[in-house]
Structures are given as C-alpha cells and as structure tokens.
Design a protein around this ligand. Sequence first.
Ligand code: ADP
Ligand code: MG
Length: 269
Amino acid sequence: MKQAKVIAVCNQKGGVGKTTTTINLGIGLANQGKKVLICDMDPQSDTTASLGWKQPDELDSTLANLLISDTSQATTIESAILHHEEGIDLLPANIDLSATELHLVNAMCREAILKNTIADVKDNYDYVLIDCPPALGMLTINSLVAADSVIIPVQAQYLPAKGMTQLLRTIHDVKRNIKPNLSIEGVVLTLVDGRTNLSRQVIGFLRENYGTHIHIFNSQIPMGVKVAESVSQGKSIYAYKAYSPVAIAYESLTKEVLHGRERSKEQER
Ligand code: ADP
Ligand code: MG
C-alpha cells in the first residue's frame, strides 16, 4: 500500500491558476511515475470539464453524492472515479456540489467529510491533489482538513493584499483546531508576464508581509496562449504542447514538489 500525500491547491481568489496548476502538477507527477488522484471540489467543475468531461452536470456519480452519502443512493467511491488518458484518476464535481456545501454546514463531523470520504482509496495513490473552490467556505475547509499540505497559486499581476491574510488565517485556524500537521507546501507564482518585473514585486510583498517562513517555489508559471487550447482539448499542457514555456515550468514545479517530499522523508529518518 502506498502512503498518499494529500495536497490542497487553494486560494479563495478566482482566476489565479488553481485548476490549471492542479491538472498540470497532477499529470506532471503521473509523468514521473506517480499514481495520482485529483479531487474536484469546485462546484464550477472546471477541472472535470478541462480534463475532457465537458458536461459535468450529466455525471451521475460525483463528489457531490459521495459527500452527502445519502443511503438511498448506492454511489461508491470506486464507481465515481474517472480515468483520464494521461494516467491520472479524477473524482469529478458538478453543480450539485454547491447544494452539498449547504448540507455540510449541518452535518456531523462536517469539517472532515472529504477526509473520511477518500480514506478508503487514498492510499492507492502516491499523491491526491484537491482543487479548491474560490471561497473559504465548507468545501475549502473540508479540503484543508483532508490535506497534508497546501499549495497557494498567486497570480503575479496584482499584489495579493488582504485575501492572502484571510487565507493564511484560515489555514492557521484549521491547523490549530483540527489538523495540527497541516503545512504550507509553498506559493507558486502563476500568470507571470515576462515583460514586467511584477513577479519580483509580488515576492517582495509576500516576504515583507508574511515573513520568510512561507516557501516560494523557484518555478514560476508564465502566461501562455496554449493553456486555453489544451483545456479545450481535455489535455494537459504536456500532451498538448510539450516543451512550451508553460509545460517546462509545470514540469519544474513538479520536480520541486517531488524533491520537497524526499527532503521531508529524510528529515523524519
Ligand atoms: P482558478 O482555478 O484559480 O480560477 P484557472 O486555472 O481556471 O484559475 O485559470 C484562470 C484562467 O486563466 C483560465 O481561463 C485559464 O485557462 C487561464 N490560465 C491559467 N494559467 C494560465 C497560464 N499560465 N497562461 C495563460 N492562461 C492561463
Ligand atoms: Mg478553478
């Protein structure tokens, strides 16, 4: 049995590259021989659609059913898992997940429902990546509680300002109250425009406001037109356009994530 590392890709701001990072880090890890499960925790189901299931609302078994665990429905987690041609598995989402979120608010052990839902399958994988919705509600809290660590994509176009403080506070609250060993894997700069030095300003801003203890990945993801094209084909950036700057950047991020894990394993020894 494997021992999965569960990583939530989280930022309550929309359009910062969470979905793109989840998909291309996930398939990047699969390309390095790892077994990967992606959980789509966003009711907008962009991850599910971007991986080629273009009509998520027509799927019968999704995380929405699994999280509610309605005993009248025989949805098993195995029956909900979809297999993508590039070698990763997906627990899909659809719009029903927004109703699920309301249901979760009144459920027992409401913060740990995703964690419990994936418990039986997670150790079939080396990595489980969770794509979070653009909000700090129950779906995100469930994602953080299920996770060992968090990757925070930050778009290198605006200074992250208040949103980052709220996100770090939420992570801190989850750590203090529910999940003491939750850690921040790192911040990844996305949508980097090579013609400006905004990414340097964003890094300076993060350092100044949040200190040096938050890891910032060396790999920065540039802007590239091929991203939208790969999504429309249901493919990763590697399958759509290998060796494009975005593909090279995500491959490099993948290696940083892999090496980070080896480092922490050595520290445990
Ligand atoms: P989020 O999940 O945080 O809302 P997405 O990953 O969906 O963010 O990205 C937001 C939009 O930006 C999408 O249309 C996506 O295709 C596009 N995008 C993401 N990363 C890049 C990139 N590196 N280059 C160009 N477009 C990108
Ligand atoms: Mg998204």
